[in-house]
Design a binder for this molecule. Structure first.
Ligand SMILES: Nc1ncnc2c1ncn2[C@@H]1O[C@H](COP(=O)(O)OP(=O)(O)O)[C@@H](O)[C@H]1O
Ligand SMILES: [Mg+2]
Length: 389
């Protein structure tokens, strides 16, 4: 049985090709991890409730069951040498229970921190990185009190389970607060939440860092543009000063060391007009804003994730070309497919999802370019993304 990073007489053994990586979650991130695992010679198993999910299409086997099924997690563990995950809402206790039979190189602390916005903010602040001012709020009275210190505008978010803007609302005035109160009394339930000060950012950015438990490598800081709270464009690299790039890299390294990171971690950032770098949220996995790395970097975020969890050494990623990544949501599938023949420069990725739904992430396109603004204009002028204009 191949072993993982076991110290034997000072020698570190690494996961050998031929070993099996089990992935919890079978969406597009799992699929791209699996593709990377495959060409490193690893076998891949996936746990996902949807038969023939995007990852299963490129994996060796699928366990078709709910993510939180303890039996299914145990079966995946028994059939794998290493377990990883493609999303953060994995049952950390269930993973802890199988750590005697399978390696979980990312550990579960990383999950426990990143699946709870309060734990996450605390961790980030404790490691010397700035966040928006925040307060934990567990009811209407606490919310009112928190607003006295934080002030309007502020963002109320559920502590866990949110994504693509779900589970959050911006409070701009007392009338928004009154609405929260009305909803709260209608539902008779106030979910554990966090109130954050609204950051008046110049733009949003992200930085990815990957580790193998002791060595860490960063990718360049990139700029992200969202529409309707969903990532629309990533521009790589972000046009930032040397100081901003240095600050982002330094905070990424502090967080990675704090986690003794294995695999890839994404750090969503706000960059303010006075060049402050503020952490928005963390994702303990490859990230949509890192898809550009597949074509644009010397090693991509999925390779770095796979090598990291396998205990392999990590080369420093180099940006080989500036790039623009645009998401293909359900409503963009048909228009973009119709234009494939006219755009040889489009590196098109389709995630193989069975059902096309509005706003569902179905694929993405990366364009390598020497003129980021011109490429963004070219993409928008196709009209494929006109619903987001
Ligand atoms: N404190 C904040 N100040 C300003 N904008 C925010 C704040 N928090 C979130 N946003 C906006 O909402 C988006 C989604 O919030 P985020 O916390 O990243 O949650 P999600 O898990 O939905 O991605 C962010 O990308 C940003 O555009
Ligand atoms: Mg986010």
């Amino acid at each position: 049985m191949p072993s993982l990073s076991e110290e034997t007489d000072g020698a570190v053994t690494m996961l050998e090709p031929g070993s099996t990586i089990g992935i919890v979650g079978g969406g597009q991130l799992g699929r791209m991890m699996a593709l990377s695992a495959r060409y490193h010679g690893f076998k891949v198993g996936v746990l996902d409730p949807t038969p023939d999910c995007p990852t299963a299409q490129v994996a060796d086997f699928q366990i078709t069951a709910a993510y939180d099924s303890k039996d299914a997690i145990r079966e995946l563990a028994e059939r794998s040498n290493v377990i990883t995950y493609e999303f953060e809402n994995v049952d950390a206790d269930a993973l802890d229970e199988v750590r005697d039979i399978v390696a979980v190189p990312q550990g579960t602390d990383l999950l426990r921190v990143t699946q709870d916005r309060v734990n996450e903010k605390r961790f980030v602040n404790d490691h010397g990185a700035a966040t928006a001012p925040w307060k934990e709020v567990n009811g209407y009275e606490e919310l009112t009190a928190a607003l006295e210190t934080i002030g309007y505008p502020a963002v109320l978010k559920t502590r866990s389970g949110g994504y693509d803007g779900h589970g959050q609302r911006v409070l701009r005035s007392e009338s928004d607060l009154a609405e929260v109160r009305a909803q709260n009394s209608r539902e008779g339930f106030f979910p554990p939440s966090i109130l954050e000060g609204f950051v008046d950012f110049a733009f949003e950015a992200s930085i990815l860092i990957s580790g193998n438990g002791h060595d860490f490598v960063t990718f360049p800081i990139v700029r992200n543009e969202h529409r309707n709270n969903i990532l629309h464009l990533t521009l790589a690299p972000a046009t930032v000063s040397h100081e901003v790039a240095r600050d982002a890299e330094a905070l990424a390294l502090r967080l990675a060391r704090g986690f003794e990171l294995s695999g890839t971690l994404a750090i969503e950032l706000f960059v303010t007009k006075d060049s402050q770098v503020i952490v928005n949220e963390l994702a303990p996995r490859p990230h949509n804003s890192g898809h550009y790395t597949i074509e644009a970097c010397s090693i991509d975020q999925f390779d770095a994730h796979v090598r990291g969890i396998a205990g392999w050494p990590l080369p420093k990623p180099k940006l080989l070309s500036p790039a623009v990544m645009v998401n293909v949501l359900g409503q963009h599938v048909m228009p973009t497919r119709a234009l494939i023949g006219e755009h040889p420069e489009w590196c098109l990725h389709d995630y193989g999802k069975a059902e096309i739904k509005h706003n569902r992430k179905m694929g993405h396109i990366t364009v390598l370019t020497s003129d980021i603004d011109g490429t963004v204009r070219d993409l928008e002028s196709t009209g494929c993304w006109s619903d987001l204009a």
